[in-house]
Every structure is written in C-alpha cells, then in structure tokens.
Design a protein around this ligand. Structure first.
Ligand SMILES: Cc1cc2nc3c(=O)[nH]c(=O)nc-3n(C[C@H](O)[C@H](O)[C@H](O)COP(=O)(O)OP(=O)(O)OC[C@H]3O[C@@H](n4cnc5c(N)ncnc54)[C@H](O)[C@@H]3O)c2cc1C
Length: 498
C-alpha cells in the first residue's frame, strides 16, 4: 500500500494517531533481525527476486551461515524501491516507497543498522488541499476544514483526518499483532466478509464522509473502497498511526543498495527466472542471463516474485490448488505516478505542502521534494485503480498536459513555472506488473494463509504475503519470516513433494 505519502500523511495526522501509539502492534520476532542462529547444517538457498523481501531473507540467511544466491531480473537491487534522479539541481523522487512511520520496526531497524540517515518528511506551517464534488477547500492542521457539502455533526467535529478513527477506531484497537498465530481475532473476522464501503455505510457514515475517505489515500488502494476488504481497511489504518514519517536522506534506494553491499556476489543481476522444478532432494531454478539459459540447484528456494509474475512461470510439479488460487486471485493495485518539475514551488508560496486529496482523475497529489532544499520543486499525482489504468494508457505528453490541467484545480500558477516531467506506471513495469497488493473481501482469511505457506522446498515472501502489504516493512517482515522458516526447516526430515 503505499506512497502513500498522502495516505501516510492523512493517517499520521488522525486524532487516533497519538492515542494509537501505545497500541501499535509489536512485530513478533523483530528482535531476531540480524540474529538468526544456524539450525541444522548450512543449506544452499536460492532466492527469487532482489527486492527488499529477497534481500532481507538473503542477508539474514547469509549472516546465519547459509550459502545464498539471489536471482534478480533488473540491473539494480530494490525492485519497487527505486529513486529517480532525473531532475535538476540534484532533486530526486521515489518511483515507489516514499516514507515510513517509526513503528515499522524492520524498515527503521535496518536503516539504523546500516547507518543510513533519516529525515522526517514534514514541513511546518503548510496546509493540504482537497477537491471533492466540484469544490476546492483547504485542510488545516489537525484536519480542520470548511467542507462545502453535507456531513454529520460528529464527522465535522472529527475533521478530515479524524474520519477513519471515528468509524474504524474501535476495530483498530482490536487489531493486535497480525503475526500472532490465529490472527485475526474472532471479533474482526466478519470484517473480511464485507467491503470497506459497506462497513462504513453500516456504521452510519454519510455520503459526504465516504466521498472524503474515497478521495484520500485509502481510495487509492485497489479499485476504491468497495473493492477492498473492510478488514484490510482497518489494518491499513492501524499499522501506520504515528505522527512522524521518515525518508532515507539521499533516496530510499540506499536501503537496498546497503543490503546488496552486504550480500556481495550472491546478488546476480539480470537473471530472469523462467522455471522452477522440485523433488524430494532439491529445487532447480532455470533462468536466463545475458541470453544464456542457466540452472542452479538448491536445498530450498525463497520465492519473492510478485504473484502476477509468478503466475506466468512454469512450476514442476504444479503447486497445490490453494496456493494456485492465491497466486491467481491476490492482485496488485494498478498505480500511475506523474512527476512534474517546476522552476519555483508556487504551491508553497500559497502555504501548501502539495498534498491534495481529490475525486478528480488524478486522485492524490504530493510533493516528493518537500524536504529537499532549493527553489525548484516537483509535484506528483498519485493515482490507483481504474484511473491509473486510464492515465497509464495516455502518451507521456498527453498525460503531462492532463495532469497539469487537473492539478491546476488545486494549485495556482503552475503553467508558467512548468519545466519537464516523467511518469512511473507500475502496472506496465514488466518486473512488477502492479503497484502493491490489496485484499478483496474474503482474501485475508481465505487466501493469505495459503499465499504464505511453503510448498515442499519452496518458501514464499514479498509484500503480498504480509499484512504490511504496500509497505517496505511488509517486504522486510516477510523476508525475515521466510528466512526463519528455511533455517528451522533445515534440521527437519525428508520433504514430501506432490
Ligand atoms: C507506488 C508505490 C508507493 C509505495 N509507497 C510506500 C511508502 O511510502 N512506504 C513504504 O514503506 N512502502 C511503500 N511502497 C511499498 C514497497 O515499495 C513495497 O512493499 C516493497 O518494496 C515490495 O518489496 P518486495 O521485495 O516484496 O517486491 P519487489 O520490490 O517487487 O521485489 C521483487 C523483485 O523480483 C524481481 N523479479 C520480477 N520478476 C522476476 C523474474 N522473472 N526473475 C527474477 N527476478 C524477478 C523484480 O525485479 C523485483 O526486484 C510503495 C510501493 C509502490 C509501488
């Protein structure tokens, strides 16, 4: 789920944010990060994908004394954590992960372990803006806004940022630790049977409040509030409640680069996985590298490939029906981001951060260069679902013009200051095929356990196997979980492969 920066900022400012801190879920076994102890004889492990999930799994297993190889299709590590440095004056933007809250223990923990500098992603004294139902209005500190359409008295009192906790707060308090066995708690299970929109309506939210929530980052997930499980909405709100979010100074890609330095030659770039075969004695991965087909055999494999990619890879023998269903049915949100560089930060002159929530075709806006110095600045649109598909189908030129016109409804004076721009269309990225996972009704209880479950000698990680989906923390958490599984399984007896 993420950037999320608008969602992140939207969430971090909620009234419940501060109260929720004490209840923030602790990540079980987080203390094991960097301290996995070898169990049984060292194993030979091949990891498919060199994003954060694969890198964390590889790093932990290598530290423990196993031999690892990471096969990665791209030239660089990091997958959906990629910093784009194509802008003037040294400005950079994030193609994927933008920021994270301090309770994301894996992200924060690794950044600190590797000596990376963190910067809080906020600037005081600026406001956000909304454009909903044809009206533009400002959102002040704490979410105070003169909303120009009907809302219930309690909704007005909660303010824009207080709406999620007004309706979901009681459920958020029951989330606990999503890594605990038998999660979710009984009281939350029924939430997985309905959509988030249905839950909000059942709880009496007005049409106006639902439109505001749909315009916020929550609405970027999947294909809108009626496409995601209510349980997913509650967890999404719960796992990022603190006020301060952080970015890695110099670009978030410094995190995957730091992992890569530590796994060294085990990282094989431009290695495109094509087929996986396993039997009782081992797993063989067939991959293409520099036009040559190569094979590597391992005791175990950790597969972190996003499911839309894994779906197209030949697996012998085929996975169980449950796993196959999870691979087919768990989807990634289509995401289009359009970046535009301006000579001056005209929006800041109007005391705005660049954060915008809208029901326009661009959905959300933010400024990825908010905390970078200089006169120039970049504004970005951040769009999910059907609107992302529509924007993604335009030519770059058309998209830049369209997005600038729509952004003009939020911020004045853009046209004369515009210099250049570019886009990142995640659903058209050949090695991602989407932005981040969303869970439809029924999928958290019905498919997520199967998504995580090993198949013989093949283990699974990646944000799509974590409740911190859409976060770097989800990728890192799942990589640690899979590393622990593999390490523990090393001393186990023979494997049965169907
Ligand atoms: C638009 C967007 C905004 C986000 N915002 C935030 C945010 O603000 N904060 C935050 O914490 N997180 C954010 N995230 C989420 C975060 O980036 C992801 O959860 C995380 O990076 C996923 O890591 P992963 O290892 O699971 O998957 P990936 O990073 O996708 O790794 C999978 C790897 O497999 C490789 N691969 C694919 N096919 C093959 C093949 N056939 N052979 C070999 N290799 C292959 C890919 O190249 C990739 O490197 C955002 C993501 C996106 C897209």
């Amino acid at each position: 789920m993420s950037d999320s920066i608008n969602r992140r900022r939207f969430i971090r400012d909620t009234a419940l944010g501060v109260a929720g801190l004490a209840l923030a879920p602790r990540i079980a076994r987080a203390q094991k990060r960097g301290r996995l102890k070898l169990e049984g004889p060292p194993q030979n492990i091949v990891i498919l994908g060199g994003g954060l999930a694969g890198l964390a799994a590889g790093y932990e297993l290598k530290q423990a004394g196993h031999t690892i190889t990471i096969l990665e299709a791209r030239k660089q590590p990091g997958g959906r954590v990629r910093t784009l440095r194509n802008f003037s004056d040294g400005l950079y933007v994030e193609a994927g992960a933008q920021a994270f809250p301090q309770e994301h223990e894996f992200t924060l923990g690794y950044a600190v372990d590797f000596g990376l500098s963190l910067q809080p992603s906020l600037k005081f004294g600026l406001e956000s803006v909304a454009h909903i139902r044809g009206s533009r209005f400002r959102i002040g500190a704490g979410g105070v806004a003169e909303v120009p359409f009907p809302l219930r008295a309690s909704e007005r009192q909660a303010g824009i940022f207080g709406l999620p906790s007004l309706y979901l707060g009681d459920f958020m308090n029951q989330v606990g630790n999503p890594r605990r066995a038998n999660w979710p708690p009984e009281e939350l299970r029924p939430l997985d049977e309905i959509s988030l929109e249905q839950l909000l309506r059942d709880l009496g939210a007005s049409d106006g409040a639902i439109d505001i929530l749909a315009a916020s980052q929550l609405g970027v997930l999947g294909f809108g509030l009626d496409s995601i499980s209510a349980l997913d909405g509650v967890v999404t709100e719960k796992i990022a409640t603190t006020l301060v979010f952080y970015e890695i100074a110099g670009g978030n890609d410094l995190l995957p680069k730091a992992f890569k330095q530590r796994v060294k030659k085990a990282f094989k770039k431009k290695a495109i996985v094509q087929r996986i075969e396993q039997d009782e004695t081992g797993v063989t991965v067939i991959y293409e590298r520099k036009g040559v087909i190569e094979r590597i055999t391992a005791d175990r494999v950790i597969c972190t490939l996003p499911f839309p990619i894994l779906k197209e890879i030949e697996v012998i023998p085929t996975f169980s029906e449950e796993k196959q269903r999870a691979i087919e049915e768990i989807k990634l949100t289509p995401i289009t981001r359009t970046y535009m560089q301006f000579r001056t930060r005209v929006w800041e002159q109007d005391r705005l951060t660049g954060d915008g929530i809208t029901d326009l075709s661009i959905q959300n806006t933010y400024s990825p260069t908010l905390i970078q110095g200089g006169r120039r600045g970049v504004l970005a649109s951040y769009t999910g679902g059907q609107r992302a598909l529509d924007l993604g189908d335009m030519s770059e030129n058309e998209r830049q013009q369209h997005v600038r016109r729509e952004m003009g409804k939020l911020f004045g004076g853009l046209d004369s200051e515009y210099e250049m721009g570019m886009s990142q269309i995640w659903h058209k990225d050949k090695w991602a095929k989407g932005g981040f996972t969303y869970f439809e009704p029924g999928q958290i209880t019905g498919l997520l356990p199967a998504a995580q479950h090993p198949e013989g000698r093949i283990h699974f990680a990646g944000e799509h196997t974590s409740l911190w989906h859409g976060w770097m923390n989800g990728a890192l958490e799942s990589g640690n979980r899979a590393a622990e599984e593999v390490n523990e399984a090393g001393s186990a007896e023979a494997i049965r492969v169907r």
